[in-house]
Ligand binder design. Structure first.
Ligand SMILES: Nc1nc2c(ncn2[C@@H]2O[C@H](COP(=O)(O)OP(=O)(O)OP(=O)(O)O)[C@@H](O)[C@H]2O)c(=O)[nH]1
Length: 396
């Protein structure tokens, strides 16, 4: 559920960002239209930067798309031959792009100069061939459509619209199911390609391409930032982000170390995957910490919260709230590992179960002579005391 919401958020934000950029480009058109001949030349530069940049960051799917866009733009502008074929075979080019986007949504970014790169290029060739084959079967498709009561005009338009609709659904499903900026941006690319194909776009191709390329480059930058500074499992800032953040701290702050109690036992009873889900839930609760606390995953089942400009009393109150929130939260576990014969026969009781976890917290305040690492160490020692006191408490 959490992942689905994440997917929806990523898809909506990407769509919104592209739409707003498009509206901005439309509104400011009188200003940049005067420089359109310059933009037409600059696009080649952006294409080259896009190819090199995405290849450097191992985003081979973007590299391939940008290379294809470059060829399309050059042909469209008469720099490469084939403009007449491009105009005459618009359906084929559009469906090739549509199938290619579906294909690239289903594969991962792998090294371009490897066997994987070769497979991807072969896959794209297959998409182009598939688009041709589909269009060749147009008379049979129209005949079948008419036989089920669809008018000839509609049947003809469905030749392109039906695969477009199915591919759009497929990419939307992938984007919702596996939150990824890149997949969301492939969806927006399909929408833009469709708008250009249906002649609903009022700005020149060079300007539209520039916007799309800048969008791709931004996605790579944001995605790389998240990879470097976000914890992959829980999605909250990672230890690297904590070290970076520590550099910005002033002279007054508190640090808390939080650790899930008896987590080994939990993993052993319910399995590592459920343990992962619980860590995600715990992380989501810790992120709600008040008093300006910033939460990070320190590693394993340990988290850190930093309270800039707060004293022990303020930090302790906020941590106490979080401790209580987690202890009170009933986690519904589905499909736990079945252990004995009795529980195997009792299916209903076995498939869902409410459990709860607790956390122990150690808290320390920055003192004048202490470095950030030393404050973390003090918080860690306080955490040890919290465990010794019986767990599920905040200690200093
Ligand atoms: N599922 C899952 N388990 C993890 C992850 N990281 C660490 N663990 C587990 O967390 C457990 C930590 O166990 P211990 O350090 O012995 O501590 P504990 O069982 O939580 O006991 P106390 O801290 O003394 O309350 C180990 O079993 C690790 O395998 C993770 O990312 N996912």
């Amino acid at each position: 559920m959490i992942q689905k919401l994440e997917g929806l958020k990523t898809t909506l934000w990407t769509g919104l960002a592209v739409s707003l950029t498009y509206v901005f480009a439309m509104v400011s058109q009188p200003y940049w239209m005067a420089k359109i001949s310059l933009i037409e030349q600059v696009v080649y530069g952006i294409l080259l930067v896009g190819v090199l940049f995405t290849a450097q960051f191992s985003r081979s799917r973007y590299t391939l798309i940008i290379a294809m866009l470059g060829v399309y733009y050059a042909v469209n502008n008469g720099v490469l031959s084939g403009e007449q074929q491009l105009i005459a075979q618009q359906d084929w080019f559009f469906l090739s792009a549509t199938f290619t986007l579906a294909f690239l949504t289903s594969v991962k970014d792998r090294g371009l100069f490897s066997i994987h790169g070769l497979w991807r290029i072969l896959g794209i060739c297959l998409c182009i061939a598939l688009a041709k084959l589909w269009l060749m079967s147009e008379p049979y498709f129209i005949k079948t459509a008419i036989s089920v009561g669809i008018s000839q005009v509609h049947a003809k338009s469905l030749v392109v619209e039906l695969p477009l609709f199915l591919v759009a659904l497929f990419i939307l499903y992938k984007s919702l199911r596996h939150p990824s900026l890149l997949v969301a941006s492939l969806l927006t690319s399909l929408v833009l390609a469709s708008l250009v194909f249906h002649q609903h776009v009022d700005i020149p191709l060079s300007a539209l391409l520039s916007l799309l390329l800048v969008h791709y480059i931004l996605v790579v930058v944001i995605d790389s930032y998240y990879l470097a500074y976000r914890d992959e499992l829980t999605g909250i800032p990672s230890r690297r982000a904590l070290n970076q953040y520590a550099l910005s701290l002033g002279r007054k702050y508190c640090v808390a170390m939080l650790d899930v109690d008896h987590f080994k036992k939990f993993n052993d009873s319910y399995g590592h995957d459920i343990g992962d889900q619980v860590l995600k839930l715990v992380a989501a609760k810790i992120m709600k910490v008040s008093a300006g606390g910033r939460a990070f995953r320190y590693g394993g089942e340990e988290f850190t919260v930093v309270f800039p400009r707060r004293n022990l009393k303020e930090a302790e109150a906020a941590l106490e709230e979080i401790r209580q929130l987690i202890a009170d939260y009933k986690i519904i576990i589905r499909h736990p590992i079945r252990k004995d014969k009795k529980s195997r026969n009792n299916k209903r009781a076995d498939t869902t179960r409410a459990v709860s976890v607790t956390i122990s917290i150690g808290l320390a305040e920055k003192e004048s002579a202490l470095s950030f690492e030393q404050v973390v160490k003090s918080a860690d020692e306080a955490l040890y005391r919290a465990k010794r006191k019986g767990r599920n408490n905040v200690s200093q």
